[in-house]
Design a protein around this ligand. Structure first.
Ligand code: NOJ
Length: 797
């Protein structure tokens, strides 16, 4: 035991970080509005460490190369090449004499941006609503194949900022309002994409949760909230071996995210031990020396702040040679990590010039990805309401589709650049938001086309009315049909490119194009009204959701190219819906815990206070006892399931829980303290059986929430596990969750470490965050005797 302690002491003493403290308030005068947080300095920038064998091998190769490079070449590895600097949105120049072919860095996340013959995948928010790790992984793998075959080294994704507020424009690119779900989706995506040899760039680090003023606002977040709510997806990204991370546009506690030494040096490269490189959001670098010393490795697309300026800074001693060696090794080792030194295809398009006959080779990279797109699409539909088993449709005699969202976009799917469009122009089915997170649709199967095919096959009398505003005519036509389906949409996106002060966030949470009135008109005249919603996030449905004629409601989200087919699969019962809401839908706008900060009069820069702290999404509704319209995790099925009681056991582990203060202090203070195996190794196993009580087979998404001991300041419950299982009618399936020490920890601000609070933990297993079916108190993990543990450790050695 003593020898192990000594070894650990040696291992971590060199890497001990500067003492980190939570942010402090800085007062500029007596005005309480002028009290701003200060982000504490954390220097020097940690040198890269190999956090596992894969990185170790890659770093070894990279170090050999870096020894051969000149100062200019090393800096060049972290210097963007201009706009346009080549064929892709971001370009790093090759260094031929070491065989480095340079980097093509390109958007994402739902498909290859601005290039033809690619697939348009379901958005992140839909992947999340499947609550299915293997589908999310498969989506990542397919995306990885497409990037690789286009010759793109770095995929600018996944986008993992949390849905802090439903008004935020880019929520649809991400995974919703829960850090655990976002973390799992991030992990699976990165493993999937990187398995195809493409580097991931997880973004935007950190607290870029609104578009308005994103280029200057300061997100002011306390240390505990930062660690428990916003950091987990990035932690999972590091565990998944992400090659790179993008620093966001905004400031964080007063200091730009692209040069914030606390978040880059302290948290990302320090606590998380991230061995890859940090690039800036595009045009988001604010300085050279300051950014480089604070941990930024690569300003893109323009590298003016780096290049010859950093060369000069090394020569005059303002940047250490070791920082530049570290930067170069980080970039090269990420390249080796993903195997890009061998047989990586050349870039075969020019994203800046569609007329470029030389480089636009129009390589078709789609394969049969439409299949996984359709499968994820169907699996992501959330059935919100279904009275009298209205769905699935059983060959209705007549059916009418109402609303422009049922049909094709009148000007074609790719008419508007990056799908950026003013609301009045945007008609036709919504299958993508707008901004850099878009791609060209190769085709777009709208709901009308898909339902037509079914009508032909099943001899249904089908009609449609795609006008959103003539409510009288819509009502008259609907009254003549057996079933009426009304289509609603609500769009949002990224602030306009080049104008970081532009729009993107949602002005309100209403359905677009007169949607609310249209539903009311149709529901007043047809007793079998079904509502389908293609939306970037929650919409306000209070005026019609309880209308007795609104018999069924399907949340379809942002589906990509197969939108119509995926919907038809669910409407007609080929697929039993199992999607779950990755966020809460409130009854009133005021019930959501956070809004977009509009107060741009703050002096000297706009501030957004994350004053809701840990109370994001369902955590807020639970803790304030507010009944939502539909809670996080909610979703119906065409069948029903029952849950058995829970049973638990402790798992054999390689590591022990570090309860000894001295030993723990040694280990926890070092670089990578938040990703140690002892924190993340599964220790508890929670089991139950789930039975399908209905007549049709289907998937159930079983969710595990943990209620922390009462006095430790946590919200009433937090998601810590989910499993999507397929169960045949009348049969049982075993469901199995695993918990680690980290899963049961809170961030202790004083000691700056993860600590499992003392007291009673309750396990809540259910079909949503408010439909808990089985409960138990967590049993203490059986402690291994030292001897038994030591023998396990030595086997491992
Ligand atoms: C700005 C966006 O915030 C980021 O997500 C994107 O990758 C870059 N632009 C490049 O388009």
């Amino acid at each position: 035991m003593l020898s192990r302690l000594f070894f650990l002491l040696l291992l971590f003493s060199g890497a001990t970080l500067a003492k980190q403290v939570p942010f402090q308030l800085h007062e500029t005068d007596d005005n309480p509005k002028h009290r701003f947080p200060e982000s504490p300095p954390v220097y020097p920038s940690p040198q890269q460490i190999p956090i596992n064998q894969a990185w170790k091998t890659a770093i070894k190769k990279a170090k050999k190369d870096v020894e051969k490079l000149t100062l200019e070449e090393k800096v060049g590895l972290g210097t963007g090449n201009g706009w346009p600097g080549g064929l892709c949105f971001g370009v790093i120049k090759p260094i031929d004499r070491i065989g480095f072919k340079g980097l093509c860095i390109h958007d994402g996340p739902l498909g290859v941006r601005a290039v033809d013959l690619v697939s348009a995948f379901p958005a992140g928010i839909n992947a999340a609503s499947t609550f299915d790790r293997s589908l999310i992984r498969a989506r990542g793998e397919a995306i990885g194949v497409e990037y690789r075959e286009k010759g793109i080294n770095v995929y600018l994704g996944p986008m993992t900022n949390l849905q802090r507020t439903p008004w935020a424009g880019r929520n649809w690119e991400g995974w919703g309002g829960d850090p655990y779900l976002a973390g799992e989706a991030t992990y699976e995506t990165i493993v999937g994409v990187q398995s195809k040899g493409v580097q991931c760039n997880v973004k935007h680090f950190i607290n870029n949760e609104q578009e308005r003023d994103r280029g200057r606002i300061s997100s002011n977040v306390d240390d505990r909230t930062q660690h428990e709510i916003y950091l987990p997806p990035f932690l999972q990204a590091v565990l998944a071996n992400t090659a790179s991370v993008m620093a966001s546009y905004n400031r964080l506690n007063g200091s730009w995210a692209t040069q914030n030494s606390k978040t880059l040096n302290g948290i990302l490269k320090g606590e998380l031990g991230f061995p890859g490189y940090v690039l800036s959001d595009f045009f988001g670098t604010q300085s050279g020396v300051a950014a480089c010393n604070a941990g930024l490795d690569m300003p893109v697309p323009i590298g003016d702040y780096f290049g010859k300026n950093i060369v000069e800074a090394v020569k005059n001693g303002t940047v250490n040679q070791s920082r530049v060696d570290d930067l170069a090794t980080r970039v090269l080792s990420a390249w080796y990590l993903t195997g890009q030194d061998k047989g990586f295809p050349e870039v075969n398009f020019n994203a800046f010039d569609e007329q470029d006959q030389v480089h636009n080779k129009h390589v078709d990279v789609q394969h049969d990805h439409w299949k996984i797109i359709r499968e994820i699409g169907a699996a992501s539909h959330v059935l919100l309401k279904n009275l009298n088993e209205t769905l699935p449709l059983r060959r209705p005699r007549s059916l009418i589709l109402i609303g422009s969202d049922a049909g094709p976009p009148p000007l074609g799917p790719n008419y508007y650049h990056d799908r950026f469009i003013t609301p009045s122009d945007r008609t036709g089915v919504l299958a993508m938001g707008w901004g850099s997170g878009t791609c060209y649709f190769p085709y777009l199967i709208d709901p009308l086309s898909a339902v037509q095919r079914r009508a032909k096959k099943e001899h249904i009398d089908l009609s449609w009315f795609l006008d959103d505003y003539d409510r009288n005519e819509a009502a008259r036509l609907a009254s003549e049909k057996e079933v009426a389906v009304v289509f609603l949409s609500a769009d949002s996106g990224e602030a306009t490119n080049g104008d970081l002060y532009g729009i993107g966030d949602r002005p309100d949470l209403e359905a677009w194009h007169n949607g609310t009135d249209l539903v009311l008109a149709v529901a007043d005249s047809n007793p079998n009204t079904i509502v389908v919603i293609h939306s970037v996030g929650p919409i306000n449905m209070e005026k019609w959701i309880d209308h007795p004629n609104v018999k069924a409601v399907l949340w379809a989200g942002i589906q990509g190219q197969e939108v119509g087919n995926a919907l038809a699969d669910v409407l007609f019962g080929d697929v039993n819906p199992s999607g779950r809401l990755p966020y809460t839908i409130a009854k009133r706008d005021g019930d959501y815990p956070a809004k977009i900060e509009h107060d741009t009069d703050d002096w000297p820069i706009p501030q957004t206070e994350y004053s809701e702290g840990l109370l994001v999404d369902y955590r807020a509704f639970d803790s304030r006892n507010i009944t939502p319209r539909f809670e996080f995790g909610f979703g119906l099925s065409y069948t029903s399931f029952t849950y058995s009681p829970i049973w638990q056991r402790s798992l054999p582990t390689k590591t022990r829980i570090l309860e000894d203060e001295i030993e723990r202090d040694l280990i926890d203070r070092g670089q990578g303290s938040s990703i140690r195996e002892w924190l993340h190794e599964p220790r508890w196993e929670i089991n139950l059986e789930v039975k399908n009580e209905g007549a049709v087979a289907g998937h159930e998404v079983v969710q595990l929430y943990v209620a922390f001991p009462k006095d430790c300041g946590e919200p009433p419950k937090a998601l810590k596990g989910f499993e999507r299982i397929y169960v045949q009618p009348g049969l049982l399936e075993l469901v199995n969750f695993k918990l680690s020490y980290y899963d049961l920890s809170i961030w202790d601000v004083l000691t700056q470490r993860w600590i499992k609070p003392k007291g009673k933990f309750r396990l809540l297993v259910g079909a949503s965050s408010r439909d808990i079916r089985s409960e138990a108190v967590l049993e203490e993990w059986r402690k291994f005797e030292d001897e038994e543990h030591d023998s396990l450790v030595s086997q491992e050695d």
